[in-house]
Write a protein that binds this ligand. Structure first.
Ligand SMILES: [Cu+2]
Length: 364
């Protein structure tokens, strides 16, 4: 999805060390609100006591997590200790484009498809604020697959337009997890673009790489057909039949093409955090001309090596790594290739640098 105008309003200041003096009293109120809301709902995810909340605010021992729009990811966590982090997401309904001239009313987290990339580490205490923009037409919530708790926090975050919910959860398992809206009818909310990724780094962090990118695949079911101009809407029958008009990366058929191609240099190691929002299709994720040196299988802890294509389920993710050794254009696809060449699931990584004839050369 192309996003031109809306920048998340919660990124209003950059320097948190100064900002916390402004936010602390507000935060104290929000934490107390969250505690009180959770107390009324015994099935809500883990809460903290009011004493704990006051202690954290008094000590200033918390951090506003940086979140990023695709294809960017926040800076690595590295070896920092577990701590309390605050994450702010806002559900925003907005018109964007599936491709040039083809408009669609996306439902989003923070105004992008996929939603903001969240990066935390195992052991962190997360205080998640989910606001539903006042211009929304329906309620939304969030189910984070990284959460141990009813609905992955969905029950505790269901919010009407103009309202905000706060939930607290402990990050217990490392890995890369999908989050998505889980408000009924769930397939429609997801089909409109309501998904994203949350990375939970292990203690000590992930191995260092030179480049990191964030890509999610989604299938879109419209009232028209691919390439139609104007504003299209969601089509329920096509969604039930699992027959999308568009299958795209990052919400738009050209999100990783043209001026948006990903860039790397020869010799650099590249890591891609890839997820599938769905709502229906799996992905046969492949980069033409590259071999994944490492694949974190199903985005868990186990690593496979020397993989050509990795299968990613709807509501699942994978972490892949490769080294860029030969300059050129490398095409990213769902290797169910009609989706790539006819429905939009195609992107590109451009590798620049010196030729490497010992690895590859061509002569015509
Ligand atoms: Cu929703």
């Amino acid at each position: 999805m192309k996003f031109k105008l809306i920048k998340p309003i919660f990124n209003f200041l950059n320097n948190f060390s100064m900002r916390k003096w402004i936010i602390a009293p507000v935060l104290a109120s929000l934490v107390m609100f969250g505690v009180s809301a959770c107390k009324q709902n015994e099935s809500a995810p883990a809460t903290m006591s009011s004493a704990e909340a006051e202690k954290i605010v008094a000590e200033g021992n918390y951090e506003e997590a940086e979140v990023t729009a695709p294809p960017l990811v926040p800076a690595p966590i590295g070896d920092r200790k577990a701590k309390k982090v605050i994450i702010r997401l806002e559900t925003i309904e907005k018109v964007g484009e599936l491709e040039d001239g083809t408009q669609y009313t996306f439902w989003t987290f923070n105004g992008t498809v996929p939603g903001s990339f969240i990066r935390v580490r195992v052991g962190d205490e997360v205080e998640l604020h989910l606001k539903n923009n006042e211009n929304s037409t329906v309620s939304h919530n969030i189910d984070l697959h990284a959460v141990n708790g009813p609905g992955g926090a969905a029950e505790g975050t269901l919010v009407a337009p103009g309202k905000e919910a706060v939930v607290n959860f402990k990050v217990t398992n490392p890995g890369l997890y999908v989050y998505h809206c889980a408000t009924a009818p769930v397939p429609e909310h997801i089909a409109n673009g309501m998904y994203g990724l949350i990375l939970v780094e292990p203690a000590g962090g992930l191995p260092k790489v030179d480049k990191e990118f964030y890509i999610m695949q989604g299938d879109f079911y419209t009232s028209g057909k691919k390439g139609d101009k104007g504003l299209l809407s969601f089509n329920l029958d096509k969604s039930i039949a699992e027959n999308p008009d568009y299958v795209v990366f990052n919400g738009n058929a050209t999100s990783l093409l043209g001026k948006n191609v990903l860039q790397a240099k020869t010799g650099e190691t590249v890591r891609i955090y890839f997820g599938v929002g769905g709502p229906n299709l799996t992905s046969s994720f492949h980069v033409i001309g590259e071999i994944f040196d490492k694949v974190y299988i199903e985005a868990g802890t186990k690593v496979n090596e020397h993989v050509q294509t990795t299968m990613v389920p709807a509501g699942g993710a994978v972490i892949v790594e490769f080294k860029a050794t030969v300059p050129g254009d490398y095409v990213i696809v769902d290797h169910s290739l009609s989706r790539a060449f006819n429905k939009g699931a195609i992107g590109k990584i451009k590798v620049t640098g010196d030729e490497n004839p010992t690895v590859y050369k061509s002569k015509k």
